[in-house]
Design a protein around this ligand. Structure first.
Ligand SMILES: Cc1cc2nc3c(=O)[nH]c(=O)nc-3n(C[C@H](O)[C@H](O)[C@H](O)COP(=O)(O)OP(=O)(O)OC[C@H]3O[C@@H](n4cnc5c(N)ncnc54)[C@H](O)[C@@H]3O)c2cc1C
Length: 400
């Protein structure tokens, strides 16, 4: 077993770690392999987490949740990834845990008391978040989906792409323009956040979906969405009209840290597989793990994963201590950058260690590599992280 206890955990964090490890131990490598191969959602795993109340991890206790913070969420998601499921497992449930956060912060009391206890119980899910469009990915303020107010309703028209877990969700948190980009003094203004009841949308024939065929994170489905005169009551607005982009940013640093923790877990999972194979496989009459050419890439990746983990946990501690997530913007971005690259290095070293079996499905490391590659693209690309760091930490001109 590789050494994973490289940060000191609080008692609460240890409890989270042990509970999640226990749940994950019911789902072996074959389970995850099968769901990746068949591109089927890991329903039993998600149900198990929901049944144990983990979908309410970030929901305050007064609404039936566990009232946890980022310091515990990073442990939870690292363990989910390291527990065998990798980034697929994390992606399968990440939205269910995180999409409740804008509601907690900006939802009306009615919205919160109606929905949050059901989410915490695992009876209702808000798994999907819809921002990206065919012509607005990194440059997200360029979205052209519109929401126009009409007789106490908003009429929504537009197209979204890459929206994950719509098939597993009762609600979609949707970003749309309520004021055109040309009519606002700042591009980040005029965007609004809505809670869309998906069943009602399907019934009214104003929402159509098409699944995107993809090669990484296959167990979790992503969709292209067409919204055609989708009518939602004005009470579906989350927070303030025109302020949706800022509402989205608030909480983004915490989410980025949690995703960085998922990358750390994936890196650890890959290193475990690599080290195990290196200790077993014999070539030229001795274990391949005795060769430095095998040891060094694994050890180097371990160093990078461990460093990324330190960055993630110290930033998560800072949020818990100061209660201010905005202050850790650069650290959260740096953590995501380092962790995604470290996961990739770890998975690549694990594949190389396996020789030809590195691409055989039964050894899983090829899946880890596909997933690690994906983490360099989502939820924000590595380049956009560097743009942010250059501007905010190096005092260089904004380049994007
Ligand atoms: C599996 C998966 C799941 C996803 N799930 C969701 C979801 O649930 N909800 C959702 O809203 N979105 C989702 N996304 C979308 C994701 O957030 C975007 O793919 C991501 O933000 C990048 O946008 P893009 O793909 O349009 O790339 P683009 O913005 O087109 O960028 C293309 C390339 O150009 C680079 N680039 C662009 N501008 C610059 C610049 N100024 N400087 C340097 N480099 C630059 C980028 O880094 C990238 O390498 C998902 C994507 C994937 C792949």
């Amino acid at each position: 077993m590789i050494q994973r206890d490289t940060v000191q955990l609080s008692e609460q964090q240890r409890l989270v770690r042990d509970s999640i490890r226990d749940i994950c131990s019911d789902f072996d490598a074959a389970y995850w392999r099968e769901h990746d191969e068949n591109a089927t959602y890991p329903e039993a795993f998600a149900d198990s987490l929901a049944d144990h109340g983990w979908f309410g991890a970030l929901i305050p206790e007064e609404y039936g949740g566990a009232g946890m913070s980022t310091a515990e969420a990073v442990v939870m998601m690292e363990e989910i990834a390291a527990g065998g499921g990798g980034f697929s497992a994390a992606q399968a449930v990440h939205g269910a845990i995180y999409n409740a956060v804008p509601l907690v912060k900006y939802g009306t009391e009615e919205m919160k008391s109606e929905l949050l206890p059901a989410v915490a119980e695992g009876d209702t899910s808000i798994q999907a978040f819809g921002l990206t469009e065919p012509n607005a990915g990194s440059d997200s303020t360029r979205i052209t989906t519109t929401a126009e107010k009409e007789d106490g309703e908003y009429v929504i028209n537009g197209q979204k792409i890459w929206i994950s877990r719509v098939d597993r969700s009762d609600y979609l948190v949707l970003m749309a323009r309520t004021t055109p980009r040309e009519a606002v003094d700042k591009r980040t203004k005029g965007l609004s956040m809505f809670l869309v009841d998906l069943e009602a949308a399907y019934e009214s024939d104003s929402l159509t979906l098409e699944q995107i065929e993809k090669t990484a994170g296959r167990a979790v489905h992503s969709y292209e969405l067409w919204l055609d005169d989708l009518r939602v009551d004005e009470s579906a607005l989350i927070g303030e009209e025109g302020n949706g982009f800022y509402q989205m940013l608030d909480g983004l640093n915490e989410e980025r840290l949690v995703i960085a923790a998922e990358c750390v877990g994936l890196g650890e999972l890959a290193l475990e597989a690599g080290a195990e194979y290196a200790s077993e496989r014999e070539v030229f009459g001795r274990k391949i793990g005795a060769n430095q050419a095998i040891q060094h890439p694994l050890a180097e990746a371990y160093a990078r994963v461990t460093a990324a983990k330190q960055t993630v946990y110290s930033a998560a501690d800072a949020v818990a201590r100061d209660g201010d997530a905005t202050a850790i913007g650069a650290r959260a971005n740096v953590a995501k950058y380092l962790a995604a690259d470290a996961a990739f290095d770890a998975a690549d070293a694990a594949v190389q260690t396996h020789g030809g079996f590195g691409i055989a499905r039964e050894y899983d490391v090829e899946r880890y590599l596909r997933e690690a590659r994906l983490t360099r693209l989502v939820p924000i690309t590595q380049e956009l992280v560097l743009n942010f760091v250059a501007e905010n930490e190096l005092d260089l001109p904004r380049s994007y």
